[in-house]
Design a protein around this ligand. Structure first.
Ligand code: GRF
Length: 194
C-alpha cells in the first residue's frame, strides 16, 4: 500500500491488448488525489496496442509480453507483478486467457470488464451477436476472473437501451462510453470493501 495525502492507495496492474480506452479512464481517475488505487504496471501482449500510448504519456511502467510460450509469458508477468508489489489486477480488453495456475496465485484479485449482460453473450464478437439477435438491451459486466471464460462472480452490471442502434460498431461505441465511465468507479468501490 502506498500512502499519498492521507489515503492508502492499492497498487494495481492493468492488462490490455488493444485501444485502451478503459485504461485511459482508469489512469485519469487514479490521477485524482482522492482515489484509492494507483496504476503501477501495465501489461500488454500486443506490441501494437494503442493503449500503450497512455502508459507512455503518463510515465507508467509498461511491458509487452511475448506469448509465443504461454507458460513463460505468465512467469514473466508474475515476476513483474511481484517486483512491483502489485495487489490487484484489472483486465481491460485483455485478449489472452489467464491460466488457472496464475488465477490461483491471485484468487479474488483479478477483475475483468465484458461488453454484455453476462451470462448472455460470453466470449468474442459480442456486439455482432447482440445486433443479429435484435436485442433491445445490452450493457456490460464487471466480474471476478475464474477458470471459466466470462463466468466469475458478478460485481456490477449496467443494462443499456440499444433500440436505436443498428450496427455492431455503433453498439461498441455506445457501450464503451458507459464502460469507461463506470470501470474506475466500480473498481474503487470494490477495493475499498476488500
Ligand atoms: C471493452 O469493450 C471490454 O469490455 C472488452 O474489450 C473492450 C476493450 O476496450 N473486454 P478498450 O481497449 O478498453 O478500449
Amino acid at each position: 500500500m502506498v500512502k499519498s495525502i492521507g489515503i492508502n492507495k492499492k497498487e494495481i496492474a492493468v492488462f490490455i491488448s488493444g485501444a485502451g480506452t478503459n485504461l485511459k479512464s482508469l489512469i485519469k481517475f487514479s490521477n485524482l488525489n482522492k482515489t484509492n488505487f494507483i496504476i503501477k504496471l501495465i501489461i500488454s501482449n500486443n506490441v501494437k496496442a494503442k493503449g500503450l500510448i497512455y502508459a507512455k504519456k503518463n510515465k507508467i511502467k509498461h511491458q509487452v509480453v511475448n506469448y509465443k510460450n504461454k507458460g513463460k509469458a505468465e512467469k514473466k508477468i508474475l515476476s513483474l507483478i511481484n517486483k512491483n508489489k502489485i495487489k490487484f489486477i484489472c483486465l481491460a480488453g485483455y485478449m489472452k486467457i489467464i491460466s488457472s495456475k496464475f488465477i490461483k496465485k491471485f484468487k479474488g484479485k483479478i477483475i475483468n470488464i465484458h461488453p454484455s449482460i453476462l451470462p448472455k453473450y460470453k466470449g468474442l464478437n459480442t456486439h455482432g451477436r447482440v445486433i443479429k439477435n435484435k436485442e433491445k438491451y445490452s450493457g456490460f459486466t464487471i466480474h471476478l476472473v475464474n477458470n471459466k471464460l466470462d463466468s466469475g462472480k458478478i460485481i456490477f452490471q449496467k443494462k443499456i437501451n440499444i433500440l436505436k442502434i443498428k450496427t455492431p460498431k455503433q453498439l461498441q461505441k455506445k457501450i464503451l462510453k458507459y464502460e469507461n465511465k463506470y470501470y474506475p468507479i466500480i473498481l474503487s468501490k470494490y477495493l475499498s470493501n476488500l
